[in-house]
Design a protein around this ligand. Structure first.
Ligand code: PLP
Length: 459
């Protein structure tokens, strides 16, 4: 793409296009970057730069860019039946086949799926299902869902309310009532260099699970419907919990008979080296919202995988569930998602993340821990984070006004790597088809970005 066209698109973008999570005033003269095309793990911009996409788009392009098989699946389906709905008593083959495939891949206690158009819609659906379930069980007082601070569960009003992002709550007006938040198992920020200072990671993980029990007691166990969390909190900062955390959470939920909702929108479809993050942590969720990697982001599709306990109640006792979306199980999206899962299976993508790429990334990524700006370098499967600090020994952060994370993100892009910043935590979540050589390239680019950031911060 030539420069005049880039300028024209940037001007039109500024004039007409309100895009998500963007401060338009701050965008200023610079304008948005125009992404033109992509292949494998690389995206290209209109200035002719090739950039390694260390974020797989928005944690979703698991199979990488440019897969002709997915284009063919969409084309074929669009010719045959581009759209039909699944309302009332109709359905179609792509939705049914995809439902079957998902249930094969999910933990054993999950045998049904409700489709949505996105992860946010999936979490709205979760809230409705959870409350409906307890109403059908003659416990309508069980209304409250406990979620975690700093979690992201989507941008609809219910998604935003389930999420624990304070700036979203501040802008979003009153949240959906009946949602409470507890602390996150953020070892680096709240354990090692926070109120858990002096504890071991395992003790800290147990203390975070104790916060769930304390909250349940405070609210009254008969009022709590469900607990929702991601296996590894993604947009909250790639927060990998201590090993003690999930077993302790499971025990608390079992004690009070509270439903477990595991948001698999990021961790699902191979990110942690299993089909679902739940399988990595041996969790047996009652509900699993999914999206993103389900279609490798090629078309929008999400859903809720529904465990037998909830599904049987909704089906046997619930009558019609007054809920659904025009694009629930959209045939073209479903056909692409099915092909995506088939390709992942045929190519052994998930096992490769578990056995080869995850361990390799862990080793290479950890090397960045020696950088003067890095307080911690952690990863699991193909998700990773770097904690930027002003002082490695005390964990002291940079002055917020310096926006060190955003600076590092922008300098990283200049170097040719997409990293995301969550405050001063840098995140990566590359396509699962990345090679070892490309992991080497990613780590080298991240180090250069850190060096540039250190120079700019006078370190
Ligand atoms: N849940 C989690 C864990 C997410 O990370 C996201 C999006 O980033 C969502 C839900 C919302 O998904 P969507 O953007 O498809 O609505």
């Amino acid at each position: 793409m030539n420069r005049p066209l880039t300028g024209e698109l940037q001007a039109l973008d500024r004039a007409h296009h309100l895009h998500p999570f963007t401060d338009f005033k701050a965008l200023g003269e610079e304008g948005s970057r125009i992404i033109t095309h992509a292949e494998g793990v690389y995206i290209h911009d209109s200035e002719g730069r090739r950039i390694l996409d260390g974020m797989a788009g928005l944690w979703c392009v698991n199979l990488g860019y440019g897969r002709q098989e997915l284009v063919d699946a969409a084309t074929e389906q669009m010719r045959q039946l581009p759209y039909y709905n699944n309302f009332f008593k109709t359905t179609h083959e792509p939705a049914v086949r995809l439902a079957e495939k998902l249930c094969q891949l999910a933990p054993d206690s999950i045998n049904r799926v409700f489709f949505t158009g996105s992860g946010s819609e999936a979490n709205d659906t979760v809230l409705r299902m959870v409350r409906r379930y307890w109403a059908l069980k003659d416990k309508p007082h069980r209304q409250i869902v406990i979620a975690r601070e700093n979690a992201y569960h989507g941008s609809t009003v219910a998604g935003m309310s389930l999420g624990g992002m304070a700036p979203m709550h501040a802008q979003g007006g009153p949240c959906v009532p009946g949602i409470e938040h507890i602390r996150q198992p953020y070892w680096f920020g709240e354990g090692r260099f926070g109120e858990g200072r002096g504890q071991s990671p395992e003790t800290f993980g147990q203390a975070c699970a104790q916060a769930l029990e304390d909250k349940i007691r405070e609210l009254g166990e008969d009022n709590v419907a469900a607990f929702i969390a991601e296996p590894v909190q993604g947009a909250g900062g790639a927060i990998i919990p201590p090993e003690s955390y999930w077993p302790a959470i499971k025990a608390v939920l079992a004690k009070y008979d509270i439903l477990l909702v595991i948001d698999e929108v990021i961790c699902g479809f191979g990110r942690l080296g299993e089909w679902f993050g739940s399988q990595h942590y041996a969790l047996e969720p009652d509900l699993m919202p999914i999206a993103k990697g389900l279609s490798s982001g090629y078309l929008p599709i999400g859903g809720v995988l529904v465990g037998d306990r909830v599904a049987e109640t909704l089906v046997e006792e619930g009558g019609e569930f007054f809920h659904g979306f025009t694009y629930s199980g959209h045939p073209t999206c479903a056909a692409v998602a099915l092909k995506n899962l088939e390709l992942m299976e045929q190519e052994g993508v998930v096992a490769r993340v578990r056995d080869e790429l995850g361990p390799y990334l862990a080793r290479r990524w950890a090397e960045l821990g020696d950088h003067p700006l890095v307080g911690e370098a952690r990863s699991l499967g193909l998700i990773g984070a770097l904690e930027l600090v002003a002082d490695k020994s005390s964990g002291e952060r940079f002055d917020k006004a310096l926006a060190a994370g955003n600076l590092c993100r922008d300098l990283s892009f200049e170097k040719g790597l997409v990293m995301r910043s969550v405050g001063d935590t840098m995140i990566i979540s590359p396509p699962l088809v990345i090679t070892r050589e490309q992991i080497d390239e990613l780590v080298a680019l991240a180090r250069q970005a850190l060096d540039d950031t250190a120079r700019r911060l006078g370190k």
